[in-house]
Structures are given as structure tokens and as C-alpha cells.
Ligand binder design. Structure first.
Ligand code: PA5
Length: 436
């Protein structure tokens, strides 16, 4: 399902160092599975795939999909960080690249609340003006400013156009079971409300309705996604030094302690750009604290081989690379032979573009390893709902293990709160006083 290949790390991490880190990860594994570590109130994600498959969440999401299937053109998914990245990254990975231009969809999913940019929101309001609109607002805390501001705008738009009663049919809130402004507003206004469980943090919430409802609305198979995750859940939870999450957590800690401060997650498929954004949040927020942590960066090749590839090859040797590799392409295009061969490409005749991309991947790994960049490879067979489900769970599990190995709490994000407090003070939010 998922293979972690560490050949490209062998000349940088010798066997005894790897064994030392596998021992450390074993302790982290016991801490995680025993619920004994920092942040252990937030371990609800550990069995989310199996728990969700056995619950009525899939049916709840299906009912909303049915309700909106006939009359809604556009769903605005409002959220920031873990409250939108899982859904958006999955939808982009499995959707046709030109879905929007091909008008393949119904409804179309667009996003808001992940920035506070006036021009973006004004453009969005222009876009939805002539469309039949619904909204899914996602906020675990129910108090985050960016989605709250966007929701006020979209709610006013929906209520203004359709009236308060119809707005109730067109708004779904996904939030905490009891706390926060979004929960109290939803109760008062009578919005359909789905819950992000108390013990699941934002960046671990892709298998809650925060991820599942937008995925289902975009027409993708929630069950396959959850089945893939459940298979991975079962695999990850059994201690084994060859467990892929264990291997990955061990090697990245070994490389970090040997002076590599940056991890580049590279892929060779532009549909995975947003997946990289999800991964950055997961690892950046989980590990970057207490003056520690790998800095997570993403690159999409071959595109970035013509920009940051130069730095990767010959710049400071402060990074290692994790290649997110897709064994098989879902589409096939074969290059034809041309009699005149004016472009000199006949040496590629009969090859698929996917084969050429694979050779680019192998060539890149070889060049980077030779250039002093350790390369780990994480491989899935192809991009399907099932395999992606496994991949998201794999990274969540590996991240928790890795953070405990590093000695930090994987489940808090105290740094994120600091800018929020300053912004509230500057904006004059009641209760936030300027002490300067
Ligand atoms: O991982 C996290 O917990 C955060 O990144 C949150 O997802 C993000 O800050 C959004 O928070 P909320 O869902 O409470 O609006």
C-alpha cells in the first residue's frame, strides 16, 4: 500500500544510527499508543477511520449531498489550516486538472476563510453572484477570525438572496460539539451542524466531517478514502521496525540530528501541490516548537527542477528530500514517431509520458544523492481515494511518532496563538488590551 524506501539515505545514515533512532521511535510508539505523551487529550484521530466507517457520519454527509445535488451550483467551503487543507488537498489530487474549465462538476467547490484578503473575497462575491450558492463553514474552535469574517460575508449574501429560512437549507456548520461562537450561532439560527470531536485537532481532522463532507460534495468516494485509511490504521498500530511510519519517523529524526534542518517533500505530479500544503501544516505545526523541528518545504518537479532544483543540487547541504512517488499514472499518453523527427524526439517514440516522468524522478534522486542530499522515497501505487486515505493516515501517524521522538507535543500549536492575540489587540477586540 505504502512503501518507504531508504536506499538514498544509506550513505548518510549508517545502520547503527538508524537502529539507534528505531529504538527511540519504539519508545515514542509506546508513548503514543499508551496515551502517555504530551497532548494525549488529542488522540481521537488514531482510530478515526475505523470509528467513522462504523458511525453514521458517512450517511449524514450523504444526506447533505443529496439535499444540494439538484439546486446548488457552488459550495463555498470556509475554513483555514486543518479546517480546509485536508479537503482541498484530497479534492485536487483526485479531480481532473481542468475540472473547472470542463465544467465537470456539480456543485463546484470554492474556498474562503483561508486568508483575509479583500480582493479575494470581493472576487468570490462577484463569482457567486449569479450562482446558486451553499456554504460549509468549518472551524473547530468556532472563533478563528479569518473564517468567521468570510462566513459573515457569505451568510449575509445567502440570507440577502434567499431569506433566512432558505439560508438554513444552504448552510452547514462543522465545529465543536458545545463550544465556540460558531456552535452557538448555528444552534440559534438552526443550521445543520456536524461535529469535529473534542479529541481531534484541526490538522488531524481530514477523516472527520471537516474533510469528508467537502470530499463527498465534490463527488468523491468517502468510503474508499476511509477504507484506505483504515487499512493503514491497522498497519501503523502494530509495532514493527519495518512499519513504514516507524521507518520514516526514524530516518527523519536521524537526519535532523545529523544537521539537516530542512525537509523537502517533492512530487512529480502537480495534482499533489495542495497535498504538500497539508503535509507542511501537519509537520510544521506538530514539530516546530521549543526551538526544534525540521522546516518542511515542498517542491513540485519537474517544474521546480528549473528553479529551486539548482539550490537542491548545489546549495547549502542543510536539507534532505522525501520524494512522494506515484508508481503508476492513472492516464496514458504515448509519444508517436514522426518521420521527419525535426524535434529530435524519436528516441522517445513508443514511450509514455509517465515513463519519461519516472526517469526524471530516478534521475533527480540519483543527482540529489550524488550532490549530498539524502533522499527517502514514499511510494503509493497510484492516485486513488483508497491509496490517498492510506497516505494521509500514514503521515499523521508518522508525524505523531516523529514529534514524540523529537521530544515535542505533536498536538498543540502555541505559536499560532501569538499572532492572533496581537491582531485582536490591534483590531480592538473586547478583552484584548494594548499593553505596549
Ligand atoms: O491544526 C490546527 O489545529 C490549526 O491549524 C487549525 O486547524 C486552524 O488554526 C483553524 O482553527 P479552527 O478550526 O479552530 O478555526
Amino acid at each position: 500500500m505504502i512503501d518507504v524506501k531508504l536506499n538514498g539515505c544509506k550513505s548518510f545514515v549508517d545502520d547503527s544510527t538508524m537502529n539507534l533512532y528505531l529504538d527511540k521511535v519504539e519508545k515514542a510508539f509506546d508513548t503514543l499508543m499508551g496515551g502517555k505523551g504530551a497532548g494525549s487529550d488529542y488522540l481521537g484521530w488514531l482510530d478515526l477511520p475505523s470509528r467513522t466507517l462504523d458511525s453514521d457520519i458517512v450517511a449524514q454527509c450523504d444526506r447533505i449531498v443529496q439535499r444540494w445535488s439538484k439546486n446548488i451550483d457552488v459550495v463555498v467551503v470556509i475554513g483555514i489550516g486543518g479546517s480546509y487543507l485536508g479537503a482541498k488537498s484530497f479534492i485536487e489530487a483526485v479531480s481532473h486538472t481542468f475540472d473547472v474549465q470542463l465544467r465537470n462538476y456539480r456543485p463546484q467547490i470554492v474556498y474562503a476563510g483561508h486568508n483575509m484578503t479583500e480582493i479575494y473575497l470581493a472576487d468570490l462575491l462577484d463569482f457567486i453572484k449569479q450562482k446558486s450558492v451553499a456554504a460549509v463553514v468549518v472551524s473547530k474552535s468556532g472563533t478563528t477570525t479569518e473564517p468567521a469574517v468570510a462566513f459573515r460575508l457569505i451568510r449575509n449574501h445567502i440570507e440577502g438572496r434567499y431569506g433566512k429560512e432558505e439560508a438554513r437549507n444552504r448552510i452547514v456548520a462543522i465545529t465543536d460539539s458545545s463550544k465556540g461562537a460558531l456552535k452557538s450561532m448555528s444552534d440559534k439560527e438552526g443550521y445543520t451542524t456536524l461535529v469535529i470531536p473534542d479529541n481531534v485537532g484541526g490538522r488531524y481532522s481530514v477523516f472527520t466531517s471537516a474533510g469528508l463532507l467537502p470530499i463527498a460534495l465534490a463527488g468523491h468516494d468517502m468510503k474508499d478514502f476511509l477504507e484506505g485509511a483504515r487499512a493503514m490504521e491497522r498497519k501503523c498500530k502494530v509495532w514493527d521496525r519495518n512499519n513504514p511510519a516507524v521507518q520514516y519517523a526514524a530516518v527523519r529524526n536521524a537526519l535532523y540530528m545529523s544537521g539537516r534542518k530542512i525537509e523537502v517533500l517533492s512530487n512529480f505530479n502537480p495534482r499533489l501541490v495542495m497535498f504538500g500544503e497539508w503535509w507542511k501544516q501537519l509537520f510544521g505545526e506538530s514539530e516546530g516548537k521549543d526551538g526544534k523541528g525540521l522546516f518542511p518545504v515542498t517542491m513540485t518537479f519537474t517544474t521546480d527542477l528549473h528553479s529551486l532544483g539548482q539550490y537542491m543540487q548545489q546549495g547549502e547541504r542543510i536539507m534532505f528530500e522525501t520524494v512522494l512517488s506515484i508508481r503508476q499514472s492513472n492516464r496514458t499518453i504515448v509519444l508517436a514517431t514522426e518521420q521527419e523527427n525535426l524535434d529530435g524526439l524519436n528516441y522517445l517514440s513508443g514511450k509514455t509520458i509517465g515513463e519519461c516522468n519516472k526517469k526524471a524522478e530516478l534521475a533527480t534522486i540519483q543527482a540529489h544523492v550524488e550532490g549530498g542530499v539524502p533522499c527517502a522515497v514514499i511510494e503509493i501505487n497510484n492516485i486513488t481515494e483508497y491509496n490517498l486515505g492510506a497516505l494521509y493516515y500514514f503521515f499523521e501517524f508518522a508525524c505523531a511518532l516523529s514529534a514524540y521522538t523529537l521530544g515535542v507535543n505533536p498536538f498543540d500549536q502555541p505559536g499560532v496563538e501569538l499572532y492572533k492575540r496581537n491582531m485582536f489587540t490591534l483590531l480592538g477586540k473586547p478583552g484584548f488590551v494594548n499593553n505596549k
